[in-house]
Ligand binder design. Sequence first.
Ligand SMILES: NC(=O)C1=CN([C@@H]2O[C@H](COP(=O)(O)OP(=O)(O)OC[C@H]3O[C@@H](n4cnc5c(N)ncnc54)[C@H](OP(=O)(O)O)[C@@H]3O)[C@@H](O)[C@H]2O)C=CC1
Ligand SMILES: Nc1c(N[C@@H]2O[C@H](COP(=O)(O)O)[C@@H](O)[C@H]2O)[nH]c(=O)[nH]c1=O
Ligand SMILES: [Zn+2]
Length: 335
Amino acid sequence: MPKRQPSPAPELLSALPPGIVAGFEAAIAEASAFIGATAPNPPVGCTLLDAQFRPLVSAAHERAGQPHAEANALTRAATAGLTDRIAHVVVTLEPCNHTGRTPPCTEAILASPARHVWIGARDPNPRVAGGGIERLRAAGREVHVLDRADGADAAGLAAACTELIAPFVHHARTGRPLVVAKVALDAQGSMIPPPGRRTFTSEDSLRLAHLLRRQSDAILTGIGTIEADAPEFTVRHLADHEDRRRILAIVSRSRDVPPAYRSAATARGFDVRRFTDPAQAIDAIGRAGALQLLVEAGPRLLAALREADLIDRLLTIRHDPDGEDAITFDHLHGS
Ligand SMILES: NC(=O)C1=CN([C@@H]2O[C@H](COP(=O)(O)OP(=O)(O)OC[C@H]3O[C@@H](n4cnc5c(N)ncnc54)[C@H](OP(=O)(O)O)[C@@H]3O)[C@@H](O)[C@H]2O)C=CC1
Ligand SMILES: Nc1c(N[C@@H]2O[C@H](COP(=O)(O)O)[C@@H](O)[C@H]2O)[nH]c(=O)[nH]c1=O
Ligand SMILES: [Zn+2]
């Protein structure tokens, strides 16, 4: 009997090439910069590598109607004279195989010298669902969809790529935006700021809150918060996307939005809408194509939303005047 060779550990057998891991990390970083800018499309990133797994270019999908990440990366490579060196396409989402606002990315990839396509997450869009992968395989390209079986790196990257499209997947399934509520609590557990203030959390916490605003397509609040604070709801503690307009939905059964507040908020880039029912507000925001809705409401509307089970994710910031604020992020629904 031939002597059995010792078999390597399974994770070594299937581990991703380090260049592919780095390619995914760059693609995820590119896509992350455009979270909140692409609705109703998801954010997507793409890296092109040469045959030795060296990075050539990375790019993202920046806005609906503009080129997809793969097309942007291929154009960037062409501009830099790198097209002939392309061997691997690394992309956070399955390439599209249909003509939507832009031509199919599968055809753009097939027109390039790439032989290998590495995909972070499958597209749940019924017009794509598996079609992009099939088209590329049918044309003889080697397509690799990240899988837990590829080892710990791949599992982490797949999770990050899936998280990038979480609001898009939620919207595709329900027609509603992913509802993320942010709650700031002081050391006594109260949401009410001290007199003369609108916020009380730390600079780091405010940056996180403004990052959530940047990543959201709409904000939902109650008339009580408008009357108490006249909040700006702008992204100021970090840079916002260029020329970004968002829906500002204000819920009240009894009061109109004060005209001066409405016109100032419109001038700040908001499409101000009043609703008498929070569930109807969420549905209307979904119909407008918003993928993520940030709730920045006071205790009364927040309680109503929780009671009606309308919150998907809850960010709680507990202010600590003597140290770092404590942050928790709970997924109340889904993954
Ligand atoms: N710490 C934090 O994270 C935050 C704190 N705040 C603070 O909260 C305070 C304001 O609190 P609050 O008055 O509770 O503000 P809200 O933003 O919760 O607004 C309350 C109003 O929302 C409307 N509303 C609530 N539930 C419903 C429902 N089910 N259907 C329709 N309308 C509804 C009601 O208007 P109507 O009566 O007309 O129906 C209600 O009076 C401010 O001091 C502000 O600074 C605000 C946001 C975040
Ligand atoms: N108090 C509180 C928050 N509250 C929310 O922020 C609004 C003020 O936003 P702006 O006018 O843009 O500065 C306020 O009306 C309420 O909606 N947010 C936080 O991150 N931390 C805080 O301590
Ligand atoms: Zn595409």
